[in-house]
Design a protein around this ligand. Sequence first.
Ligand code: HEM
Length: 383
Amino acid sequence: MRHKIRLLRDPLVCIEQLSHGSTAGVMRLPWGGWCVRDTELAQALLQDPDFHTGGSLFFGELLPARGAQAGLGRAVRSLLRTAVPHYRAALPGAVAALPPASRWPDAGTRLVHRCLADVLLHPGTPGGSRELMRQAAHGGVAVRSRYVWRRARAELVRARLLAAVTEEAHRRRRQPAGEPRDMLDAVLTACPEADVSDRVVAELHLMMFRAIMAPVSGSLAWSVLLACLHHTGAAPWPWAIDHVVREALRHRPVPWMLGRTLPHAMDIGGTVIPSGEVLSVCPYLLHHDARHWASPGAFRPERWASDSGHGPYIPFGTGPFSCAGAAVAQTLLTETLSALTGHARLAVTGGDTRAAMSEGNVPRPFVLHRTPDHPPALDTGRR
Ligand code: HEM
């Protein structure tokens, strides 16, 4: 119970304290499962095919065959890559729509969704599924809310969205498209009707929606918050935007644990973990190992200006189940942060570096003040 409270208060401090309190290479987690705390053991494990035998927890029971999982990841990644120019074109309007003071991380989630909406379900999609998708992005389906009442409401939206997308998947299977127009087409291309029902297609579409929205909007919020907390002057940020993103992904990696269910017992550095247990590697612990990183507790985007001096870096995992969308996610984040900082000054109030537990580690609520360098000219009505 004590640990559960600590976990809710700040999962990152909690895991750090548990790690400092242990001397073994692997520790039992008070809320269940095991975590490798020694960096070298963790790195060896991530390269060990034995560790990955049982598969990752990403797809759950939805899509059991590994070939189908990899095919779906590739299909969604290639759709997103093609959609980068569309995303970029949508950014100025979405950024301009932000109020001068916006409440994050929710405002960031809405911003990302606004730019991705047409990629998730194309504008010609009939029925109310696009509106339900918007409600899902805004209402705690894309990124799980911390509040129970909001989660209950999100369940209703989720159920209605699944029903609408199931119907749409059925309709599209009767009238197949040529090139994928959106993520639903990409999922349909990767999932033949003989193997995957319309309902499972809808669930996979929702799963990918959350797998994209939660870490992208969480990492965006961390990037904005950490950079603003560390640079408070009126001058533009002294760092390359790409370095800010990389450092935010190091300092506050959103994915919490990379876990595998062990199909058989494994000896990890002298501790035998029984079969059926979940054994995890924690990116945060690896990113904060003082033996591999200089001043790991400091947010220093400038460390990425040099090719050397970096320790183990796994915000997107590594090995056979690593993130299919890592490169495109990095692009989306850099583009979004560039649009936010372009010709504007950013400042935050009410934020600190403690994490909250949601879909991984996300920042606690803060307010972003965005002041354009040149306020938009007043329309005097004269033509
Ligand atoms: C900042 C954004 C993102 C982060 C931090 C992130 C991180 C991760 C992590 C840590 C994993 C699991 C690795 C493991 O269990 O070993 C993962 C898996 C995955 N991610 Fe991402 N991800 C991001 C965005 C995306 C995007 C935009 C896509 C869209 C293509 C995507 C698609 C996937 C897929 C398909 C998998 C499962 C890979 C497999 O099992 O084959 N992710 N991601």
